[in-house]
Design a binder for this molecule. Structure first.
Ligand code: FE2
Length: 363
């Protein structure tokens, strides 16, 4: 797009700040099938934090924990629990991305910076997004190392993984009344456009409600839905997140796969917990979405949800929160033409979420 002042090549990585990054890395390896790629810590001369870089398909997760109590990473974890601290976008020119976004209203977090080692130069900069979340611009065209200067290669075998291929979208939860401010931020500051809008008519169940707008970059590769709580009879699932995350932040990371039945079978065998909808959902499925190549019994057995629109269909499933707090979770999604987000599943899904909220005493 000629007016794309912020060209984005890909989501480079997502960094989670954790209480114990070593154990979190084990969870994402054995549970989600990620492979270790690189690491940083005392052994590499990093006196401040330990970081584990894991990869699967085009997805890269960085898990970082502070080595002392007075570090901003430690304070992030104390306030928010384990959660996404950095959304890193690969760009052709990190300094240009910083110079393009800051005059348009972004608050700078890391000015343009260059670090180098024997593998070359890595350039980056960062701006502030919702809550304490940073958006980092990374230019790694001049870098050939395993991840970044200060990191050593780790892991020599290529584990099979479960077939997670890429990050499909990253959802942010913001406070009541703040959604449109963040929609404007992504539009004006980053040049994103609005893909879809769900209001409380779409997303109201008996008790809890939310509103959502989906922002995407000029290529359509990077999609950031923004949710805010809506008034319902009881506490919105978004408000529950905000209460336990102590502010806005990333609600879920959606991972795309080409074979959701295979992926979810493996994830379940690995001990990953998913939300379940009632069996009646599958009785009505064929009437709602028409014939599917996947056997309905297999979808029902795994709890995979299906939605169809004019462009095609999608299959999706949501994990339970991956930590102790009811905050961050994952979505697994297989798209067969549909570019939607599963609007037809909202009611069944949100009723499932409300049952979980009730179990937590938060409905
Ligand atoms: Fe999603």
């Amino acid at each position: 797009m000629s007016d794309d002042f912020l060209p984005i090549q890909a989501i480079d990585h997502v960094e989670l700040y954790c209480g114990n990054a070593k154990q979190a890395a084990h969870f994402y390896q054995t549970g989600f099938g990620f492979a270790p790629v690189a690491g940083s810590g005392l052994e590499t001369g990093n006196r401040r934090a330990a970081s584990y870089v894991l990869a699967q398909g085009d997805i890269r997760l960085v898990l970082t924990a502070a080595l002392g109590p007075d570090d901003p990473i430690a304070r992030h974890v104390q306030l928010h629990g384990d959660g996404v601290a950095v959304i890193a976008l690969r760009v052709p020119d990190a300094a240009a991305a910083y110079r393009a976004t800051t005059p348009r209203g972004a608050t700078g977090a890391i000015p343009p910076t260059e670090v180098a080692d024997d593998h070359g130069r890595l350039r980056f900069a960062a701006i502030r997004a919702y809550g304490d979340t940073l958006i980092k611009f990374v230019d790694r065209a001049g870098y050939r190392g395993p991840f970044a200067p200060g990191y050593e290669a780790r892991g020599d075998s290529e584990p099979a993984g479960v077939g997670l291929a890429a990050i499909d979208h990253l959802v942010g939860n913001v406070e009541l009344g703040a959604m449109n401010r963040w929609v404007a931020f992504f539009a004006q500051t980053m040049g994103f456009s609005q893909l879809v809008h769900f209001d409380d008519a779409d997303i109201t169940t008996e008790y809890s409600a939310l509103m959502s707008k989906v922002m995407q970059d000029g290529t359509g590769r990077v999609k950031f839905p923004i949710n805010e709580p809506a008034e319902g009879k009881r506490k919105s699932q978004i408000q529950e997140y905000l209460d336990y995350y102590h502010g806005p932040g990333v609600q879920h990371i959606a991972c795309a796969t080409d074979d959701i039945i295979h992926a979810v079978s493996q994830l379940r065998d690995n001990g990953i917990e998913f939300l379940r909808v009632p069996a009646a959902y599958y009785d009505e499925l064929a009437a709602r979405v028409g014939p599917l190549p996947q056997p309905v019994e297999a979808l029902a057995d795994l709890g995979i949800l299906v939605d169809r629109d004019e462009e095609g269909y999608l299959l999706q499933i949501f994990t339970r929160p991956v930590g102790d707090r009811p905050t961050l979770f994952f979505e697994i999604i297989e798209r067969r033409g549909s570019r939607g987000f599963g609007k037809g599943n909202f009611r069944a899904l949100f009723e499932a979420i409300e049952r979980e909220q009730a179990r937590r005493g938060n409905l």
